[in-house]
Design a protein around this ligand. Structure first.
Ligand code: PLP
Length: 354
């Protein structure tokens, strides 16, 4: 049976990416060697790393604008402390939109003064705060562009004069927006890009080198930049597979085309959530995520029936995060429209029979 993979992360990757990645594990090109048994300093791997960085900048339209791309280890979670280590001298501001922002705040507090500029904690993070002012004396303002767990997403990039830093783990390369509004953004590979292990960081070079503290080498962006993401051994499989996805995005027509498709998928699903009397959406309508749709059954007694229905058509990974309950359909770039149609059919059929 075909499986429809709605997992929040690690999550679905394009079929051809999976195919080419597994081929490279057997043999990289005509080298006679596996991707995972060659030196990361070999010509073959250096060209993989260079192309991955170049494509990441091209797709976000940041080439020749003073930005550099890095593929690091440690996940987005390491970026919580690393971004603060490198950028926080006096005071940083955060918009708290859920679990991941809260974790980023906790880490930054180890480094310096942190202001929570706005928060949606008062209603279990089901909306994106608006109408706040950002003090002009912040070193930077940090946001989480898409809230994977709660299913909310910034539709507008906050208007501010201070440097913007973003965790884009679950919506990078998913929509067409002005990436140059950010001075630094990062994303773990495992949501929209590749297998877990690599973290993409894109940073405007001239914001670095301004803090007075000594930064441990492994946490210093400048050190990683100088060594072309090879200060230590990079996660070669994850970097290569991410590169395959970046090529795939380009082949689809780039971020604009992908973004249009994502909007169609999300609208199709949200329309059903709103129309179907048995379901209710979790997030406020204007702030709904195009990547993670969170919803609940109105009557919990139908849970088993709906779960079995989903199981019978091959729907996988739909269970909501424990802090929200209900369901979460992660509809990342690689998820085909057809999978959303199958889910919507299930929801309709539940309504017809109950
Ligand atoms: C998944 C996720 C993280 C955590 O990523 P790790 O790579 O596991 O550290 C952080 N932020 C967001 C928005 C996420 O979706």
């Amino acid at each position: 049976m075909k499986i429809h993979n709605f997992s929040a992360g690690p999550s679905i990757l394009p079929k051809e990416v999976m195919h080419d990645a597994s081929k490279a594990v057997k043999e990289l090109g005509q080298s006679g060697l596996s991707l995972i048994e060659i030196s990361h300093r070999s010509k073959d791997f250096i060209s993989i790393m260079d192309e991955a960085c170049k494509r990441a900048l091209e797709l976000t339209n940041l080439e020749n604008k003073g930005y550099k791309a890095l593929f690091l280890q440690g996940g987005a979670s390491q970026q919580f402390i690393m971004s603060a280590y490198n950028l926080l001298e006096n005071k940083a501001g955060f918009i708290n939109t859920g679990t991941w922002s809260s974790k980023a705040i906790k880490e930054a507090k180890l480094i310096g003064e942190v202001l929570e500029i706005a928060s949606s904690k008062d209603s279990n993070f089901n909306y994106i705060p608006k109408g706040y002012n950002t003090p002009a004396d912040l070193d930077y303002l940090h946001i989480t562009t898409n809230n994977t767990i709660f299913g909310t997403q910034f539709k507008e990039i906050p208007e501010t004069d201070v440097s913007l830093v973003a965790d884009m783990s679950s919506d990078i390369f998913s929509r067409n927006f002005d990436y140059s509004r950010f001075d630094l953004f990062y994303a773990g590979a495992q949501k929209n890009m590749g297998p877990a292990g690599a973290t993409l960081v894109i940073v405007k070079e001239d914001i670095l080198g301004k803090v007075t503290r000594t930064i441990p080498s492994i946490l210093d962006y400048s050190v990683h930049l100088k060594s072309g993401s090879m200060f230590n051994t990079p996660p070669v499989f994850s970097v290569y597979t991410s590169l395959l996805t970046l090529r795939w995005i380009e082949k689809q027509g780039g971020i604009k085309t992908i973004g249009d498709k994502n909007i169609l998928k999300a609208n199709y699903l949200y329309n059903e959530i709103d129309r179907n009397s048995l379901f209710t959406g979790f997030a406020e309508k204007n702030d709904r995520s195009e990547m993670n749709a969170t919803f609940n059954l109105v009557e919990e007694s139908l849970t088993e029936t709906f779960d079995n229905l989903c199981l019978s058509v091959g729907i996988s990974g739909l269970k909501g995060h424990r802090s929200v309950g209900g369901y979460r359909a992660s509809i990342y770039n690689a998820l085909p429209f057809e999978s959303v149609e199958i889910l919507v059919e299930c929801m309709k059929s539940l309504e017809q029979n109950n």
